[in-house]
Design a protein around this ligand. Sequence first.
Ligand code: ATP
Length: 368
Amino acid sequence: MASASTNDIEFRSVTKNYGAVTAVTDINLNVPKGAFLALLGPSGCGKTTCLRMIGGFEQPSEGVVLIDGREMNGVPAYRRPVNMVFQHYALFPHFNVEQNVAYGLRQMRPRLAAAEINRRAAEALEMVRLGSFAKRRIHEMSGGQQQRVALARAIVNRPSVLLLDEPLAALDKKLRSAMQIELQTLQRELGITFVLVTHDQEEALSMADVVCVMSAGRIRQLGTPQEVYDRPADLFVADFVGKTNRIDATLEPDGTTLRLGDGSALAAIARPGLAAGDVIVAIRPEAIRLTRAAVGSTSFAGTVTHRIFLGSSAEYAVTVPGLGDFLVTADRRGMNESHLVEPGEAVFLGFDPDVAHVFPGEASSPQV
Ligand code: ATP
């Protein structure tokens, strides 16, 4: 059938209440076909609720969810072109790998021929690189392999949307990194829309091509990983997606001069329309230069209080009198200093005006 829409998933003014609890409020979202979307946010922000409304496990209290241009309100989960991979895989322990993968195909009506079921199950197992594990029992598989069985089972009946609820949470760090690459590759090969729920910003940034940052039931920002990292829409996004340093400042009535706590003036790019008064300047740890001599006009004298050696880079805690504590990440290759700076050393912090983001002060920021 010809496709009805260029959007695979659409939320139109969707609100979901559980009794007196409002889980999500007035969500508007368009996910293009074949996109890899990550719903990212802290615990309780409403990510899973959004995922479950796409899957048909929950219905919106207000508004409409559409899949491929069709309104889904009232359509049960099993009638939607969607499959879901759960955090704990939900595999059948008494079935072998192939039987787990083929399960959904065996339930299809009208029935599929046995040869077709076998062919499709084998194809799905090949896609997740488990072709030679078909007869293994589930308890004989490692955590990462079980994750791949769950994926194979979810793609075997060719859904147009795959929902992934924290699918890598149970894996150790190394395996998780490997699976991030595999999931991304699989999504590109299949060309189907993936919606991933995660509270891990690194996971969202590394895998998705669209990131939806949520807090308290609302969307804070929707954009590419680079957009949300480099141009956070507000202080919440700046803080949640990556680390950030905050400097309290006052925006003077001229609308351009920022006065810092130590009395110095700062040249930074304030957003148009920002009211004079208390503001917060946010700067990424890696956007700050750490040097032994003052460089450029924006340069603050401080003392290193702590260093964390990370191999290819190092993280420094630096106290600047009158301004507070800063976190600075220095890539060792990029450093013009030949050796690591030691705790106790006097240093200078500097940054370019265009890497500093200026947001309204806490009092005028929306609640998170
Ligand atoms: P987590 O990362 O912890 O899974 P989340 O971002 O996925 O969190 P949701 O599970 O969508 O958040 O929950 C959003 C809000 O709705 C929370 O306040 C939660 O307590 C509430 N909530 C979720 N499911 C129900 C339910 N069945 N009944 C009542 N409240 C619920």
